[in-house]
Write a protein that binds this ligand. Structure first.
Ligand SMILES: [Zn+2]
Length: 260
């Protein structure tokens, strides 16, 4: 329905630009060329062909990340972030590990997974973790699309979170793939979310071993680090196996706390 509505509004916009649409979307010939007077019998007009408005081109990604992304905690403690869930295979196990270690994290959730697993969102909130909007369907190109489309996607995701866990705050937005544009940053801020990036990425999505994930986090972590991990989007067994070690290591060296 939403996509259809968007398509309709694009069509209306195209027609409006052509100067032949009324605000209500009807087409008028007022102001346009009058039909020439003719005594000739009317020729049958060709069947109107359905034209699909062309998709607007994606805007280019900026060469540099926008300056106003959150890339460190701003304090000595480090923050853990888990992306691409909630996932019934992995999120409960991550939550149990966090509880056992008495630390909290930020979960960057994908809207359609929120809709499928609202119970997991409620557990995330109940156990004191923070929520971050990670778009409706993990669209890596979302930031390059028209602003209205970005806004609709982020809003839809926030509504799914609100339906799953009424009253839960969604403090952050994280662009899938870290493929930010100034436009997506502006929309996220306008919707009350801070743009959340990271500065430690062990690339657990690339299926390294648990030992490699632990080693990469250990080597890259500094005071104030924001660590990117995944609890969804694929087989997260290695991430899960790495967590006890990397959590103990980060806790000992810097402390782990929620983002503020
Ligand atoms: Zn992601």
């Amino acid at each position: 329905m939403r996509a259809h509505a968007a398509l309709t509004s694009v069509l209306v916009l195209v027609l409006a630009l052509a100067g032949c649409a009324q605000p209500d979307g009807t087409i008028s010939h007022a102001g346009g060329p009058q039909p020439a007077e003719s005594t000739a019998p009317p020729t049958p007009s060709p069947r109107p062909t359905r034209t699909v408005p062309p998709k607007p081109p994606l805007r280019p990604l900026p060469a540099k990340l926008p300056a106003d992304l959150r890339r460190s905690t701003g304090v000595r403690t480090v923050a853990l972030t888990f992306d691409d869930g909630p996932n019934p295979a992995w999120t409960p196990k991550v939550l149990s590990q966090l509880r056992a270690a008495r630390v909290t994290a930020t979960f960057c959730v994908v809207g359609r997974e929120v809709q499928r697993h609202p119970d997991l969102v409620r557990r995330i909130v109940r156990e004191g973790h923070q929520l971050c909007n990670h778009s409706w369907r993990h669209d890596m190109d979302l930031a390059r699309r028209p602003v209205a489309e970005i806004r609709a996607d982020l809003t839809r995701t926030n509504r799914a979170i609100e339906a799953a866990a009424p009253g839960a705050r969604v403090s952050y937005y994280r662009q899938p793939g870290g493929r930010w544009t100034p436009e997506v940053v502006a929309v996220a801020k306008d919707l009350g979310m801070r743009p959340l990036h990271w500065n430690v990425d062990p690339q657990d999505w690339g299926k390294p071993t648990a030992a490699t994930i632990t080693r990469r986090v250990h080597a890259a972590a500094r005071p104030g680090a924001i660590v990117l991990l995944h609890d969804g989007g694929g087989d997260r067994a290695a991430t899960l196996a790495a967590c006890p070690h990397l959590i103990a290591d980060l806790k000992r060296r810097f402390g782990i706390a929620r983002l503020r």
